[in-house]
Design a protein around this ligand. Sequence first.
Ligand SMILES: Nc1nc2c(ncn2[C@@H]2O[C@H](COP(=O)(O)OP(=O)(O)OP(=O)(O)O)[C@@H](O)[C@H]2O)c(=O)[nH]1
Ligand SMILES: [Zn+2]
Length: 197
Amino acid sequence: MAGKKDYVNSIVSNNREQIEYHIKEILSLIGENVDREGLFETPARVTRMYEEIFAGYDVDPRDVLGVTFDEQHEELVIVKDIVYYSQCEHHMAPFFGKVHIGYIPSGKIAGLSKFARLVDAITRRLQVQERITSQIADIMDEVLRPNGIMVVVDGEHLCMCARGVKKYGSKTVTSAVRGEFRKSSALRSEFLSLIKD
Ligand SMILES: Nc1nc2c(ncn2[C@@H]2O[C@H](COP(=O)(O)OP(=O)(O)OP(=O)(O)O)[C@@H](O)[C@H]2O)c(=O)[nH]1
Ligand SMILES: [Zn+2]
């Protein structure tokens, strides 16, 4: 996770030896020679990678938005193009893309970087794209109590490109709307036009 505190998954850290052992077992079970030089450090590397890509489990996403400011800006705020990397819970294969967040504050705003931290806390876990999208909206709703929220997520899923149906380049787009965005198609259109490249 970028920023002042780099989170790691402490459960992975505490189970380092066991995870390394099991990764080595898997390497052997897929037919690899675990004693060859190129693979010698691999179980330890994979474990360190797990500390990083599953760091979200060590963060309560609600705490990330904890610092808010009182501000009477009751107009649309958009933070777009927040890059994320996640792992699908079905295959443990990566999926990645961008999150676009819009909200209409109601007396309370959050620091802009906190939205990126919220995305990291939610995506650095085993996930499905739909849940990422609704969790971002629900947590913003709970903490900021804004007048409206719209979240759009696009994702490229390696489990759909590298295996299975092998549809390289296919994209999944999910959205979640809350409050005024639910009622107003004009507001949804404004948000969609502002997040276009
Ligand atoms: N809705 C949703 N599905 C996902 C996501 N990530 C992966 N999947 C899907 O999860 C499904 C799991 O389906 P299964 O039939 O149990 O697994 P499978 O035999 O490997 O499926 P195929 O990918 O069709 O070969 C697949 O259709 C994946 O494309 C996601 O974020 N959201
Ligand atoms: Zn998958």
